[in-house]
Write a protein that binds this ligand. Structure first.
Ligand code: PBG
Ligand code: ZN
Length: 325
């Protein structure tokens, strides 16, 4: 005997085509950005132990790698550099012959249409692993801003399409905008790591990029995971300073923040599906505990549903294949 129910949402879930018609969110290769680690000190690719399927690559592999990304239909890559020389201030970051500058030139030569983004920070270039110049045990904000201007201009001169400052220095967007404009790069956009939390999920990345701080942590510049209102404040400051795109990072544990930043701003928004999120999925999948493809596609769709316009993810090449099946 059926109940006299008025509402039966299951009516619209009855067939695959019906479900397709009422689906609210889509995921496509257009949404993806693929991270690349370029290591000045190697001749052949080396797998990152904690990130199966992700390699540090030598400069000689950059052209091929970027072509692979282009063939997959993915519109953008983001470069991280591992230099052979480090110093106290990270001066390798603004060396016009630095590893990221070389990678940018090679990538743009091989694939002129590829959108080449450069992570703009100093933790890979400093011998102490912090994201800027130290005074005692503290990162000096404003001195680091001056260096960020030099680094951004150097990347722009190499032909980068977007600079992406990730160090959470106050005023970094304003400083970089001024630096780029003064050097004639008014049209180089800035993707701000506007809302970046001091997160345990960056662990595997620090192996990949050799950027673990030798003392302390990044809590004096990256955000406290407890804070929500502060995320909106950081995002609005970066809008005000002239950011062209915003980012929330990490992604999976911060879905609420993704939605709130999206609702509070009008800029295109990226989320960073970080190394620890990737490592967890890979470990569980390797054990046969989860269906990797299903879980990854569900997670990506959920980032889109939460408000992401773009997703930086180590899964990007796999996703491109899966979306084509
Ligand atoms: C550099 C930077 C980090 C990541 C991106 N840019 C590491 C950090 O802040 O320690 C993390 C990316 C990832 O975990 O995948 N500031
Ligand atoms: Zn950094």
């Amino acid at each position: 005997m059926p109940f006299d129910l008025t509402h039966r949402p299951r009516r619209l879930r009855k067939s695959a085509n019906l479900r397709r018609m009422v689906s609210e969110t889509t995921l496509s290769v257009n949404d993806l950005i693929y991270p690349l680690f370029v290591d000045e000190g190697i001749d052949t690719a080396v797998e990152v132990k904690s990130m199966p399927g992700v390699n540090r690559i030598p400069l000689s592999d950059v052209a091929n790698m970027v072509k692979t990304v282009e063939d997959a239909g993915i519109p953008a890559v983001i470069f991280f550099g591992i230099p052979t020389e480090k110093d106290a201030i990270g001066s390798g970051g603004w060396d016009d012959e630095g590893i990221v500058q070389q990678a940018i030139r090679v990538a743009k030569q091989a694939c002129p249409d590829m959108v080449v983004i450069a992570d703009t920070c100093f933790c890979e270039y400093t011998d102490h692993g912090h994201c800027g110049v130290l005074h005692g045990e503290e990162v000096d904000n404003d001195e680091t801003l001056t260096n960020l201007q030099k680094e951004a201009v150097s990347y722009a001169k190499a032909g980068v399409d977007i600079v992406a400052p990730s160090g959470m220095m106050d005023g970094m967007i304003q400083a970089i905008r001024q630096g780029l404009d003064k050097a004639g790069f008014q049209d180089t956009p800035i993707m701000s790591y506007a809302v970046k939390y001091a997160s345990g999920y960056f662990g595997p990345f620090r192996d990949a990029a050799d950027s673990t701080p030798i003392f302390g942590d990044r809590a004096q510049y990256q955000m406290d995971p407890a804070n929500r209102r502060e995320a909106i404040k950081e995002a609005l400051l970066d809008v005000d300073e002239g950011a062209d795109m915003l980012m929330v990072k990490p992604a999976l544990a911060y879905m609420d923040i993704i939605r709130e930043v999206k609702d509070a701003t009008q800029l295109p928004m990226a989320v960073y599906n970080v190394s620890g999120e990737y490592a967890m999925v890979k470990a569980a999948a390797a054990n046969g505990w989860i269906d990797e493809k299903r879980v990854v596609l569900e997670t990506m769709l959920s980032f889109k549903r939460a408000g992401a316009d773009m997703i930086i993810t180590y899964h990007a090449l796999d996703i491109a294949v899966w979306l084509n099946e």
